[in-house]
Write a protein that binds this ligand. Sequence first.
Ligand code: UGA
Length: 434
Amino acid sequence: MGLVQAAVMAECGHKVTCVDINEQRINNLKQGIVDIYEPGLSPVIINEQKKGHLTFATDGTLAIKDQDAIFIAVGTPESATGQADMRAVYAVAKEIGQKMTQPAAVIIKSTVPLKTAEKVKAVIQEQLSERGEDIAFDVISNPEFLKEGSALSDCRKPDRIIVGTDKDSSRELMLELYAPFNRNHDKIIFMDNVSAELTKYAANCMLATKISFMNEMANIADLCGADIEDVRRGIGSDPRIGYHFIYPGCGYGGSCFPKDTIALLSCANELGYDAEMLKSVRSVNAKQKEKLGNAVIDQFGDNLQGQTFALWGIAFKPNTDDIREAPSLEILKLLLAAGADVKVFDPQALDNLKKEQLDTDTSGKIHYCECAYQATENATALILCTEWKEFWAPEWDTLKQNLKTPMIFDGRNLFDPVDMAELGFVYRGIGRRN
Ligand code: UGA
C-alpha cells in the first residue's frame, strides 16, 4: 500500500522518498524489482526513479529530515490476541520524533485502531521533549481504500479521500498534496482523527458483512432449492442494495477483511461493547471457507486416501499472488487431512504456497502444476477457488478427458449449472440449483 501510494504521488510530480527496514526489498526496488505481484506497478517504479521523483532508502533519516509530509504506511497485522499489532507504527513514530528537523505533517495511512492518532502524537511529542526541541507537527489520519490487484487505478482515481484532522493548516496541506487526485468533483471528506480511523474499519467491515450475508443466503438457497444467482440479480437491482460485493463464494480472504473485522471487534470490546454482528460476519466466513472441502467429502467420503483432486486458484482473489487467509488453504487442509493428494495451479501464487506452513502433513501430497490442465490429469474432480480470467472459459473436452469423474466444485460460481449439465459435468456451485 505504501509503495503504490508513493508511486502515484511521484507520478504527479511530488518528490517521494520510500524507506523500509528490509534491505533486500529496497535493493530490489532500486532496480525496479517489486517483490509482490501487482499489475502495472513495476514500470511506474522504474520510470519515476529515472525522473528523480522516487528514491528508496533504508535510512529513516532521509524520509524524515526536511520533509513537509511524512507518511506512516507500515503493516498492522493481526496479533495472537486479535488486536492489530502496532509495534511497527509506534517504532516509526518514535523515529520521527527523534529525527524530525522542521514542522511537518505526520500522515497515518496504515489501518489502525481507534485513537491511534492521539497515541502517535504522544510518542512523537515525548521524543521531541527528550531532545529539548519544540517543532510544530500534526498527526493526520488518512486511511487508504485501494484493493489488491487494482491498486494503481484505485489510488489514481480514489472514490474518496478521508482526512482526519482538526487543524486548518493540515487541511490546506492535504488539499495541496491530493490536488492531482481531486479534480472534477471534491472527493476530500474532512473529519476528526478518530472518525477517520473508524471510517476505515467501518468500510471494510461493511464489505465483509455484505459477503457473509450473501453467503448465508446462498446456504439457505441450497436448502430450499432456490438459485442464489437469481436472488443476487433480484436484490442487486435495488439501488439501495447495489450489485457490488454481493457475490457469494467460498469465503472472503486476504490481509484486510479478516484482520480488520477482528481488530474492530477488539476495539469495541475495549470500549465495553459486544459487537455481535462482527462476530457473526466472522463465524459465517469461517464456516464458508470449509464449505467446498466438506462438499467434496460429502461426495467422496471422509477417507480420500489414494484420490487426487485438482485445485485451481490459490490466491485469495485474482490478480494478486497474496495467499493470506485464502479460502484455498482451508480446502487444501481439509483434503490433505482426509488423505487426498492435491494437484494445485495458480497463475501467480504457487511460490507463496510453497513457503506456507499448513499445520498438517503435506509431504509429497501437494503437486505443483505448470498449467491448469496439468492439474486436472487423472484427478477425481476439479475444485475452483479463485476466479482468475484464464479459468473462465476452459476447454471442456480436455477437462472431461483429463478428469476421472467429470465433476466440478465451483467456489466462485463461475459456471452455469444448466450449461454444465449439457456439457456432461456434475456441478456443485455455491447456492446454485443443480
Ligand atoms: C479490501 C477492500 O476492498 C479495500 O477497499 C481496502 O482498501 C483493502 O481491503 C484494505 O483494507 O487494504 P482487498 O482485501 O484487496 O481489499 O480485496 P477485496 O477485493 O475487497 O476482496 C476481499 C475478499 O472478498 C476476496 O477473497 C474476494 O474473493 C471476496 N469477495 C469479494 C467475495 O467473496 N464476494 C464479493 O462479492 C467480493
